[in-house]
Design a protein around this ligand. Structure first.
Ligand SMILES: Cc1cc2nc3c(=O)[nH]c(=O)nc-3n(C[C@H](O)[C@H](O)[C@H](O)COP(=O)(O)OP(=O)(O)OC[C@H]3O[C@@H](n4cnc5c(N)ncnc54)[C@H](O)[C@@H]3O)c2cc1C
Length: 548
């Protein structure tokens, strides 16, 4: 898009300077304003051609600008970057790649943690950022979102046009292309579920067995013959089945034709609470593990669907001791009854019995859009400092005592850096109402996500940082072969936080396959969808679904 800002000065960004990251522009295509309608753009229908296609090869001054994604560890060297502006252009680009036998990868927001779009074997990179329109599709009675739209663009357009929103990620620069297909979630998920619980349909460019590419529309309608393709995009992960060129969003229980009632209402204001603790002598193992245990116990007890606490979203960010401090950010809709008391009770539940007082404890209300779309929010590091490795796991309950000790040990050791640490993210609530097989997200009976991360600047520090975060993870999951095997406490991991170590026998000694950790019992069905819709296995990457 060319106008993304690498703003490093957000409040959370500054605090992130102490070692924390919260994970939890206009393109040339037009954004449709309030009340405007998108003609139902079925396959073959005319597409807007305001942009492209543009083909950029090595040597072109634009090449180095476009080849890089969010994680500077991975920079591909494709022969060409095809920058596309419409579904027809995607069909042509995919056809050309298949015809010439070149491996293709697709990038929308570029926020992949791993090298999926930057693999050296990728020869053609499809860049979808100009396809960023967001609007209301009267014909389909749903909001149409193109994959290049960032979450900030979606939130801003849905709010300003119709006063609605989606429960997607807390990082405004993430692209919807990968985010929705991977089962995205965010600050409103405890209240409204995963974003895919509001996914009505998807347009995907797929490749037939004979190598021809075509656009297909698949919806959640039970009588849709393509429903399996829709299902695969409710958490199956990007880069597996084809190229998503459009998502349509409408809540499952929405009725009528008034667009402002077809998705959750966007909150008016958010109440935000920030607590910062110092890593000083008082932060003993007992105090530190007490904070984490309390955070987990609260989520164990207060994550039932419809609970009065489901509107509260909290992120605890225990940074390595070298950061000097660590923090917790709590958000709730300021218009929820007793919002202030809910937050006070929560903060007190987390701190109780630990004997440590925060060095910062502030609260304020902010318009929801500002609280959600501040540029740079949640981005790892800065533009100078953006090499990272992130690992993850779902939690059904608080960590065990042995796990908490492992976390303390690793967050106070000599090998971690000031930008190493963890993020514990509140989840559960409404996401738990959906059966495990109804969407491709198999982990529904969970209450938190745990993120393990380290961020650094220089390539020379790769090995040390990778070793630190891998050892932390292996220690936390020591009882289950170094990975979060589904059981009483853990429930595998999240494909939007992909970690290729889960497929590496050196780091996964559990005997449980990587795909079981991500997809559990949904994997065989995903393999069938893959075999039907991508029989030539055109779309693949290091953690791709293998055809049945
Ligand atoms: C700073 C940061 C914050 C994040 N915060 C959150 C969060 O709050 N909640 C959350 O759930 N996740 C979060 N994530 C994870 C994020 O959802 C995933 O990384 C997501 O896949 C990114 O999508 P993208 O389009 O930006 O990335 P890309 O790198 O463009 O794509 C990611 C994957 O999806 C594929 N893909 C992309 N576009 C398409 C398409 N149009 N059709 C088919 N496949 C496609 C790619 O090939 C690749 O495999 C965060 C990631 C980062 C880096």
């Amino acid at each position: 898009m060319g106008q993304k800002k690498q703003n490093q000065l957000s409040r959370r960004g500054l605090l992130a300077g102490a070692g924390a990251v919260a994970i939890g522009g206009a393109g040339l295509a037009s954004t449709l304003g309030a009340g405007s309608a998108v003609a139902a753009p079925g396959p073959g229908a005319p597409q807007p051609t305001a942009f492209g296609p543009v083909t950029i090869r090595t040597g072109d001054p634009r090449y180095e600008n476009l080849v890089r994604g969010n994680n500077f560890r991975f920079v591909g060297r494709p022969d060409e970057i095809r920058v596309v502006g419409s579904t027809d252009q995607v069909v042509r680009a995919v056809s050309d790649a298949v015809r010439s036998g070149r491996r293709v990868a697709v990038r929308s927001g570029g926020h992949c943690f791993e090298s999926f779009t930057a693999d050296p074997a990728v020869r053609v990179l499809l860049e979808l950022s100009p396809m960023d329109a967001v609007g209301y599709d009267v014909g389909r009675r749903a909001f149409a979102v193109q994959p290049g739209a960032t979450l900030a663009r979606v939130y801003r357009t849905l709010l300003s046009g119709w006063g609605v929103t989606i429960p997607a990620g807390g990082c405004p620069e993430v692209g919807t292309g990968g985010h929705i297909a991977g089962g995205g979630y965010g600050p409103l998920s405890r209240r409204y579920g995963s974003v895919v619980d509001h996914l009505w349909g998807v347009e995907v460019v797929v490749v037939n067995r004979d190598g021809t590419a075509r656009a297909v529309v698949a919806t959640r309608a039970p009588d849709d013959p393509h429903q399996d393709l829709w299902w695969a995009h409710t958490g199956g992960g990007g880069g597996n089945f084809g190229v998503v060129t459009r998502y349509w969003l409408r809540s499952p229980d929405a009725t009528g034709t008034d667009p402002s009632r077809l998705l959750p209402a966007s909150p008016r204001e958010m109440l935000e609470d920030l607590v910062v603790w110092a890593w000083d002598d008082r932060m003993t193992e007992q105090a530190f593990t007490g904070l984490l245990r309390n955070f987990g116990t609260w989520h164990e007890r207060n994550s039932a669907p419809g609970s009065p606490h489901a509107g509260l979203y909290a992120v605890l960010i225990p940074a390595h001791k070298k950061a000097g401090t660590f923090m917790m950010v709590t958000q709730t809709d300021a218009d929820i009854p007793n919002a202030d008391d809910l937050v006070t009770d929560f903060v007190s539940a987390v701190t109780t019995g630990t004997g440590v007082n925060p060095v910062v404890n502030t609260r304020r209300t902010l318009p929801w859009l500002h609280a959600t779309t501040w540029p740079g929010l949640g981005e790892p590091g800065t533009v100078f400092d953006r090499r990272y490795k992130i690992k993850a796991g779902y939690l059904r309950r608080s960590f065990t005592d042995a796990q908490l000790s492992a976390i303390y040990r690793n967050l106070t050791n000599s090998t971690g850096g000031s930008r190493s640490g963890m993020v514990l993210v509140g989840y559960g609530g409404q996401v738990r109402t959906v059966p495990a097989g109804a969407t491709a997200i198999a982990q529904r009976d969970v209450v938190m996500k745990a993120v393990y991360q380290t961020i650094w600047t220089d390539e020379a520090d790769d090995a040390a940082n990778l070793a630190w975060v891998r050892n932390l993870y292996r220690d936390v999951y020591a009882a289950t072969g170094g990975v979060p095997v589904s059981g009483e406490v853990s429930d595998g991991s999240f494909i939007n936080y992909p970690d290729t170590d889960l497929a590496d026998p050196a780091w996964n000694t559990s005997g449980v396959a990587w795909h079981t950790l991500y997809y559990k019992d949904n994997y065989p069905r995903l393999q069938q969808v893959k075999a039907r819709w991508d029989p030539r296995n055109v779309f693949h990457h290091a953690l791709a679904i293998e055809p049945a």
